[in-house]
Design a protein around this ligand. Sequence first.
Ligand SMILES: [Zn+2]
Length: 50
Amino acid sequence: MRELIGTCKSCDKEIYCLDGFFNGVITEEKENYCFECYEKLAKKDENPQS
Ligand SMILES: [Zn+2]
């Protein structure tokens, strides 16, 4: 079973819930991101642009 949750705020990739497994991330602000973009955001937070 596959349920469309939304699209990635960063790259517009569709994010699904697959048999209870969510292939993306929803932030506290209710923004959807795929894993790739969420990882990039997390890394950016750890290493601010110099
Ligand atoms: Zn993305």
